[in-house]
Design a protein around this ligand. Structure first.
Ligand code: ZN
Length: 367
C-alpha cells in the first residue's frame, strides 16, 4: 500500500467542482482517502483569472504512480477539464500527485516541483502531511510551507464555502447505501431516532445512523491514538530557553455531560529545557485529547501534562477559550458564552513574570 499526497485546485465553478472531485476520489475503488485538508483560497497565478479553491488529501492505494496519474486525469476529464497549453488558464479541476511514498523521480515529476514553489500547494499539504519529509529536500512539508512564496492563502471558513453539492454531504464518505460502518452503533442511532419521534426509514434520515457512526468515530478518534504515536519522534535537542508559543489552535471537542460539541481556540506555550517539539505537534496533541468526551478543564490539564511528560520543560501554559453548545442551545449562560480555562505547570505556575508574559501573549488578564 502506498501513501500519496494529492493536491486539488479549481477556479471554474469551484463550489461544485472541488467537492465533486473529492467525492470521485472517495468513490474510486482503488483509492482510500485517509485525510482531507481544509479549503483555502488563493489568487490565480499569471493572469487576471478568478481565485482558486485549493485543498490536499492523503490517499492510500495499490496503484503505481503512472496508473494513479491516469486515474486522476480520468477524474479531471469527468469534471469537464480540458488540458491546454496555457499553464495558467482557468480550470474546472486540477488533481496532482505531489508526493508518492519516498519516490524521487524528476522524470515523472514526483515530488511535484511546484510544492517548493507555490504556497497554494504547500499550505494545504502541510495540513495533512506536515511531518512528511520531502524526498531529496531533507525538509518536511510544513517547513516548505513556511518558506513558500506568497501569495498568502486564506483559509475559507466552513460557513463561507457555499459549496453546491448535489447531495448535502460531499465531505462525508459515500458508499453504496447498504454499506455499514459499525452495525451495533448504527442500530443504536436508529433506535434513538425512533425514540425521538422520527421515522428511521424516512428518506432523509435512512442513512443517518451510518453517517453518525462515521462522524462520531472521527470526533472521538483520540481514544485510539496514543501520545507517543502522535509525537512520532518529533522531539529535538535544543539549547533554546525562550518561551515557545502556538496561539489560536482551533479545536473541537464534545462535552461528556451532554454529548454536545464545545469548540474554540487553545493557546499553548512552554519554556524548553534542552528539548523542543515540532510546532505542528502542539496542535496534534490538542486534538488527541479534544477528540474524546471531555470537560474543558480536564482537556486543558491533559494537554499541559502531556507536554510536561514528553519534553520535561521548565514550564507549560495552556489557555483554552470555548463555546459550549450545551449551554448555548439550552439557553443556559447565554450571556457568558465563552468559557476560559487554564492549566499552568512549572515556571508558569511559580514565576509571576513568566505567567504574566504568557497571559499577555494570550491577550488575557490574569485570572
Ligand atoms: Zn455539557
Amino acid at each position: 500500500m502506498s501513501r500519496v499526497l494529492v493536491s486539488l485546485g479549481s477556479n471554474v465553478d469551484r463550489e461544485t467542482n472541488l467537492p465533486e472531485a473529492l467525492r470521485a476520489l472517495q468513490q474510486h475503488p482503488e483509492l482510500t482517502v485517509v485525510d482531507t485538508s481544509c479549503i483555502f483560497e488563493s489568487p490565480s497565478v499569471g493572469g487576471d483569472y478568478p481565485p482558486f479553491y485549493n485543498a490536499a488529501v492523503i490517499l492510500e492505494t495499490e496503484l503505481g504512480p503512472d496508473i494513479l496519474k491516469a486515474a486522476l486525469r480520468g477524474i479531471e476529464a469527468g469534471l469537464g477539464r480540458i488540458r491546454t497549453d496555457d499553464k495558467n488558464s482557468p480550470r474546472q479541476i486540477d488533481l496532482d500527485v505531489v508526493l508518492f511514498d519516498d519516490i524521487e523521480d524528476s522524470e515523472i515529476g514526483i515530488p511535484d516541483p511546484n510544492l517548493s514553489e507555490y504556497s497554494y500547494i504547500a499550505v494545504p499539504a502541510a495540513e495533512v502531511a506536515g511531518d512528511w519529509t520531502v524526498p531529496g529536500r531533507n525538509k518536511t512539508v510544513a517547513e516548505i510551507a513556511k518558506q513558500s512564496l506568497p501569495p498568502s492563502l486564506r483559509k475559507v471558513p466552513m460557513a463561507e464555502q457555499d459549496l453546491n453539492l448535489s447531495s448535502d454531504d460531499a465531505f462525508e464518505e459515500y458508499g453504496p447505501s447498504d454499506e455499514t460502518f459499525n452495525p451495533r452503533f448504527e442500530a443504536l442511532v436508529r433506535e434513538q431516532l425512533e425514540i425521538l419521534g422520527e421515522d428511521p426509514d424516512r428518506e432523509g434520515v435512512v442513512r443517518t445512523p451510518f453517517r453518525v457512526a462515521k462522524s462520531l468515530a472521527f470526533l472521538t478518534g483520540g481514544y485510539t491514538q496514543s501520545l507517543k504515536e502522535v509525537i512520532n519522534n518529533a522531539i529535538f535537542e535544543s539549547p533554546d530557553s525562550e518561551m515557545v508559543m502556538l496561539k489560536d489552535i482551533e479545536f473541537y471537542s464534545m462535552c461528556e455531560h451532554h454529548m454536545l460539541p464545545f469548540f474554540g481556540r487553545a493557546h499553548v506555550a512552554y519554556i524548553p529545557d534542552g528539548k523542543v517539539i515540532g510546532v505542528s505537534k502542539l496542535a496534534r496533541i490538542v486534538d488527541v485529547f479534544a477528540r474524546r468526551m471531555q470537560i474543558q478543564e480536564r482537556l486543558s490539564n491533559q494537554v499541559a501534562d502531556a507536554l510536561m511528560e514528553c519534553l520535561s520543560p521548565r514550564g507549560v501554559g495552556v489557555v483554552m477559550e470555548a463555546a459550549h453548545l450545551c449551554m448555548l442551545m439550552r439557553g443556559v449562560q447565554k450571556q457568558n458564552s465563552e468559557m476560559i480555562t487554564s492549566a499552568l505547570r512549572g515556571s508558569f505556575r511559580e514565576d509571576a513574570r513568566t505567567r504574566s508574559e504568557f497571559m499577555n501573549l494570550v491577550g488575557h488578564e490574569l485570572r
